[in-house]
Design a protein around this ligand. Structure first.
Ligand SMILES: [Zn+2]
Length: 68
């Protein structure tokens, strides 16, 4: 399992084990399900300028890449 992941709903970065422990997005106001995440490496593939190690809980938009 990759260390970091990204939420398709709130577009924030998280630690994957924390996501799994919450059974979904750890953000208080986000109701994303456990499958609603991308690997951080997939986000980096779409936006190479994002940092290799994301700031947790920070929003990293992928506007235009996904229809959410
Ligand atoms: Zn979320």
């Amino acid at each position: 399992m990759e260390r970091f992941c990204w939420c398709k709903h709130c577009e924030r970065a998280w630690i994957t084990v924390e996501w799994v422990a919450h059974n979904g997005c750890p953000a208080a106001r986000c109701n994303a399900y456990v499958a609603d995440r991308l690997k951080w490496s997939d986000v980096l593939a779409l936006v190479p300028t994002y940092p290799k190690i994301p700031n947790l809980g920070r929003k990293y938009p992928l506007i235009g890449s996904w229809g959410f």
